[in-house]
Design a protein around this ligand. Structure first.
Ligand SMILES: NC(=O)c1ccc[n+]([C@@H]2O[C@H](COP(=O)([O-])OP(=O)(O)OC[C@H]3O[C@@H](n4cnc5c(N)ncnc54)[C@H](OP(=O)(O)O)[C@@H]3O)[C@@H](O)[C@H]2O)c1
Length: 360
């Protein structure tokens, strides 16, 4: 067992953040968790207590403040929250996961703003820093192997990826860079609180299923819809519990800090496999991959128009399919099994999404 850490955690009320809390608390570490909203904090407290956590009141403490002004607010936090100045580690998971820029300047505002503020704070209060980045800081790549290095500025699919790349540039050499791929539900329970990315395909199929229930004259097994993407491309999805466990295991080994780690799947599902599972699950057919760049047939009815709309998002998701090398990760935590992506697991995460109405 490693020495215990006293961790300042940002984003602890988020999808991944809750599981980072679980792993830290189960590992015997102490946590000061930052939060913004009382209701999100309460949800997280309820989730943790369903697992019997924290085991002692001393091990988890909450603090509220503006992390975009962390360097300016630090002294005030130290007065208000007794003991917070004893933290020795920063785990920065908070981020805006908006893919495209909104009128308030997100995701750049949070993703770069928090990086700048926390960096300044580290000059005054040095900590072991670990940041949650994303494997997609490599930019748009088709089928090539991506290694655990600092990538040159790529051709980004969205502003979110760019903001995470920019943040990495600021932290590089001063922090452990943990790069998960597309995070999906818990490998055993299917639990998820953030239904983007991979889930969009499931949501689209679920919506299609309900729309077709009202269109009795449609042949749902012969929809005749082309998808201009590569069937053998892969979507690198990774269960949230693995990401959290892997992150904390790496944090527990100081000799491996300040390096880059892909928290990605070594055997990710192909687009073809995922689509065929979704078609079976929702009893639809006639959707086929026609290769990258193939032309669309104009939509002929409202079902096809709906598929078209969803497809814009899904195609972006299908377009970038790098193969992630995990040499660094495997050399440190190669003994930690990556849960396989099976049909049973996919059904579990789809069931959970339907039960939670895809978080809408
Ligand atoms: N989900 C994925 O597929 C994926 C893949 C790769 C990497 N990542 C990275 O993993 C990390 C966690 O993502 P997630 O999926 O767990 O996202 P999430 O569920 O949206 O959680 C984001 C967390 O960040 C907090 N946050 C957002 N803006 C903030 C601000 N301005 N100040 C303070 N806190 C702020 C949120 O607080 P509230 O709870 O108050 O909203 C929440 O706790 C992020 O760094 C993300 O970039 C995610």
């Amino acid at each position: 067992m490693s020495d215990t850490m006293n961790v300042l955690l940002t984003g602890g009320t988020g999808f991944l953040g809750e599981y980072l809390l679980v792993e830290l608390l189960e590992g015997g570490h102490s946590v000061w968790a930052h939060y913004r909203s009382e209701s999100r904090k309460l949800d997280t407290i309820r989730f943790l207590s369903s697992l019997g956590l924290p085991r002692s009141a001393e091990s988890l403490k909450w603090f509220k403040g503006e992390i975009l002004e962390a360097d300016e607010q630090w002294e005030q936090w130290c007065q208000e929250y007794k003991g917070i100045d004893e933290v020795d580690t920063l785990l920065h998971s908070a981020a805006s996961t908006r893919l495209h820029m909104d009128e308030s300047g997100e995701p750049l505002k949070t993703n770069l703003g928090s990086t700048t503020a926390l960096n300044k704070l580290m000059e005054r209060k040095p900590l072991n820093v670990h940041i949650i980045s994303t494997a997609y800081v490599c930019g748009l790549i088709q089928g090539e192997v991506v290694t655990e290095v600092n990538h040159p500025r790529g051709d980004f699919v969205n502003v979110y990826e760019e903001s995470k790349w920019e943040a990495e540039q600021i932290w590089m050499g001063k922090a452990t860079i943990l790069r998960p791929s597309v995070i999906i539900g818990h490998s055993e329970t299917g639990r998820c609180t953030s239904f983007g990315g991979y889930y969009i395909l499931f949501q689209a199929a679920h919506l299609l299923d309900r729309l077709m229930a009202d269109s009795k004259n449609l042949d749902r097994l012969n929809l005749d819809i082309d998808i201009p993407a590569n069937p053998n491309g892969v979507t690198n999805v990774i269960p949230v519990d693995y990401v959290a466990r892997a992150a904390v295991r790496i944090m527990e080994k100081p000799q491996y800090h300040n390096n880059i780690y892909h928290l990605t799947h070594s055997n990710p599902p192909t687009h073809e496999w995922t689509l065929s599972h979704v078609c079976n699950r929702f009893n639809v057919g006639g959707l086929r991959f026609t290769g990258v760049g193939a032309s669309f047939v104009q939509p002929r009815n409202r079902i096809e128009r709906m598929v078209w709309r969803q497809m814009q998002t899904i195609l972006l998701h299908f377009a970038s399919n790098p193969l992630f090398d995990r040499a660094n990760t495997d050399s440190v935590i190669g003994d930690l099994t990556v849960p396989p992506i099976t049909s049973g697991y996919l059904d579990k995460i789809i069931d959970y999404g339907i039960e939670k109405e895809w978080g809408l």
